[in-house]
Ligand binder design. Structure first.
Ligand code: DX5
Ligand code: ZN
Length: 216
């Protein structure tokens, strides 16, 4: 599987969002990552549907939404209507995860499950065959620009093993603190998709940084 790069616009300049999205459009990024935070599941509030509507209008990339919210089921249909292709919910936020994933798929989207740094990979064993994407958080969710947590490498390798055991083939995505120093090692461990915020948007040349992240 080729490497998928998903720049997170959480780190973008929101006063110039059109120009920021145009940079991503002109790059080799595959997706655009939307970090949705409710101030309850995580100690931060980000943005919602009014922003997503305009991102969708300008983006020529697949939209990959990461819901860091409680009760995600209440918003699944609206994300489908907003044109999101991948919708990822947190394992820790879902009481009936199997039902939530089915609802995402029934709304025409690919279904992802994210796990926090403290959540063991083996908790995914009964659900991994029902997912299109597993998101391994490499920071505690809530903010861009945090330090990468290094036990992520082994969690990525465990996820790859679990997928093989179950004969499943979800995308393995990693999110948080990713830069040009850890990307290659994450690919080696088995990651297929990297979410990158600060490293892209704080770069002097985001298009080249995306190219370098993708082609490691
Ligand atoms: C963290 C978010 C990440 C974050 C990535 O809660 O899920 O997507 O914005 O940003 P960086 O790459 O700066 O850690
Ligand atoms: Zn994210």
């Amino acid at each position: 599987m080729k490497h998928i790069i998903s720049p997170s616009i959480l780190a973008a300049d929101f006063a110039n969002l059109g120009a920021e999205i145009e940079k991503i459009n002109n790059s080799q990024a595959d997706w655009i990552h939307l970090d949705i935070m409710d101030g309850v599941f995580v100690p931060n509030i980000s943005f919602g549907f009014p922003v997503i509507k305009y991102v969708k209008k300008h983006a020529r990339k697949i939209l990959d939404a990461h819901l860091m919210i409680v009760n995600p089921d209440n918003y699944i249909e609206r994300f489908g209507e907003a044109g999101t292709e991948y919708l990822t919910v947190h394992y820790e936020a879902c009481t009936h995860l199997h039902r939530t994933l089915q609802k995402i798929r029934s709304c025409g989207m690919k279904a992802g499950v994210a796990i926090n740094p403290h959540t063991p990979v083996n908790l995914l064993s009964e659900i991994i065959s029902e997912t299109d994407l597993i998101l391994i958080m490499s920071v505690n969710p809530g903010f861009s620009g945090q330090k990468f947590i290094s036990n992520t490498y082994s969690k990525v390798a465990q996820t790859k093993e679990l997928l093989q055991q179950k004969n499943a083939n979800a995308i393995i995505q990693v999110d948080g603190g990713i830069d040009l120093n850890n990307a290659a090692k994450l690919y080696e461990a088995g990651a297929n998709a990297l979410v990158v915020g600060n490293t892209v948007f704080m770069s002097n040349d985001p298009i080249d940084t995306i190219y370098q992240l993708k082609c490691q």
